[in-house]
Design a protein around this ligand. Sequence first.
Ligand SMILES: Cc1ncc(COP(=O)(O)O)c(C=O)c1O
Length: 456
Amino acid sequence: MHSVDPTTESMIRSVLAYAENRLRLDPVPLDQGSRDPAELDAALKGLPSAEPHTPDQVLGVYASVVAPAVISADSPRFLGFIPAAPTKASLLFDMLVSCASIQGISWLEAAGAIHAENAVLRLIADRAGMPETAGGCFVSGGSAGNLSALVVAREVAKRKAGSAAGSGSGRRWRVAVSEDAHSSIVNALRICEMDALVVRAEDHRLTGAGLRAAIGADGDPGSLAAIVATSGTTNAGIVDDLAGASAVAREHNLWFHVDGAYGGAGLFAPSVRHRYAGIEHADSFIMDPHKWLFAPFDCAALLYRDPPVARSVHKQDASYLDVIHDRPGEWNPTDYAYHLTRRARGLPLWFSLSVHGADAYTEAIETAIELARQTADEIRARDHLELIREPELGVVLFRRRGWDSGQYTAWADQLLQDQVAFIPPSAWEGETVARFAFLHPHTPMDLVRQILDRME
Ligand SMILES: Cc1ncc(COP(=O)(O)O)c(C=O)c1O
């Protein structure tokens, strides 16, 4: 299994040939996701089993059964949830990272990989206007980033309370969040045994005024540890009032976390950069390059304003780890989130950013924003459609007048069956609605028109 024998040679040829063909798909087709488990079970032919099979046999099952039963998130026709659009360069380099088993745990083991990853984190921190001292690591996704940051926020609150009143460890902490915060924030709070102070966001945008009013009316503001704002809500692409929220955080001496998992990449787009004013005050900030910075799954950037504080919370202590920690000044990504072993998942982004240059990223992000604006115009021009709100980033929410939820589902199912688009309905204030999530720079306006025409 570990030597280069004839079986390995044959696998290198066939797997690389398959990967090469997949890479060359332009555009990537959609395929179908959901399948009957019994049908899949039969088609998998009992793989794996105790006996070996030839690589071509197994690859054949993958190509004919597994791959077509996965919707391609990187297709320009994938317009639901939050899509993906990894560059060809990042996909290629992801293969290299795997083939070389590159991990990125400690400086002792992986200084080169970590230094390159940190150069990308620096670029992101600069776009956000965070200080020179800001830093962090790449984690698996926005959920992992939010959780790791909120754990730090809670520990910081405990410490502050401990030094003020003798003990801050026994109480239940809370975090001010908007109703539109991502579900992973709610999950992270549950895992950390914290509660949410849910702030009613005017027109779905968390503001400084809303936060001030909610905290002012709250019976126990001393139990607050943090404020979480979102720079690009998942459902509507709304950027919260980051300047206002950060001011309230400073007034109350609270940790300020910004969840930019989806919309953080808008920092690279001059046409919307003003919406992010105030992000420079974040104590922690996350952004998912596997969403809008065109990196492969899975990759989220997690940045702290004051990394030593995060390190004091997340650093794992064990006799076998002393060797990585007894080296002052070295940067160990493992110290900045709840993980230990980690893939150097920032490297594919480093490679692609270096090959294409950050300006190409700006252009690709602006393309999706422009698609959303043009789509809003198309919707306005059709009497049977109604725009729910002006798009701020790449998400467009709209309704088909007179449709019930079953009609939206039937429309979306048919579009997928016909391999036109994957565009599942969403909900807005309790009503089923339609939603475009633009991200792939090659999604054509003609496709958008075709999708809208099917609502007549
Ligand atoms: C705003 C926001 N935060 C967090 C997440 C969770 O990120 P992940 O799916 O990478 O864990 C998402 C995912 O869509 C998101 O849109």
